[in-house]
Write a protein that binds this ligand. Structure first.
Ligand SMILES: [Mg+2]
Length: 212
């Protein structure tokens, strides 16, 4: 699969549209990052909804400093991001939904993640156009949804992106999934604003209702 720029993205003008995040939606990011940092002598203790603040040197009670955590994160996208487990049921659900809807992958990751990200998506059956993004996703979602008269939905794990989508593109249906069960209890959610799911077994059918 290939990454695309916004201006090259093909969106069918009347078809339903699904805009889908990767980490904690299609990919078990936390578990993969945990394996990666373990190879560097760092352990993950999931006791809050955060990334770097959950990284510790063994035996220490203070998390790693931000710079060290950020460096591990950046290196992960160079050397470790191929090693992510796909979220159960996601590929089959999207394959089925994509018979009626266009699917676009909208992922926030560093620019140097392009190759590992597209490679991972292709390898695990997510053969859809991917846009590598940074920052809140609402404006990008609004721009894509404006190109079809069909219904659209956005799926992400992070509340700020869902709120951003609600603000920029209120007509786009919003769904939240946090694939890692250890992270889920700490994740900020507003279920009556953004439909919350634990797995694709319920998310897939809910998306099916949106796209009709
Ligand atoms: Mg994510």
């Amino acid at each position: 699969m290939q990454p695309v720029a916004h201006e090259d993205l093909v969106i069918r003008p009347t078809a339903p549209l699904l805009i889908v995040d990767v980490d904690e939606v299609l990919a078990h990011f936390m578990a993969g990052f945990e394996r990666y940092v373990a190879r560097h002598g760092v352990e993950m203790r999931i006791d809050r909804f955060a990334l770097f603040q959950n990284l510790y040197r063994p035996g220490e009670s203070e998390p790693l400093d931000f710079e060290t955590g950020k460096a591990l994160f950046d290196d992960f996208f160079r050397h470790g991001a191929d090693d992510l487990d796909p979220v159960e049921g996601a590929a089959d659900a999207l394959a089925s939904l994509s018979r009626r809807a266009g699917v676009v992958i909208l992922t926030n990751a560093p620019a140097h993640a392009l190759e590992s990200r597209t490679g991972w998506l292709g390898k695990h059956g997510f053969d859809y156009p991917m846009i590598l993004h940074s920052g809140l996703k609402g404006p990008a979602i609004a721009a894509m949804a404006a190109r079809t008269s069909g219904p659209a939905a956005f799926i992400d794990d992070l509340l700020p992106n869902l709120e951003s989508s609600a603000e920029s593109a209120p007509a786009v249906a919003r769904f939240q999934i946090i694939a890692d069960p250890r992270l889920r209890p700490f994740a900020p959610t507003v279920p009556d604003r953004h439909d919350l799911h634990e797995d694709w077994a319920t998310l897939g059918p809910a998306l099916g209702k949106v796209i009709g």
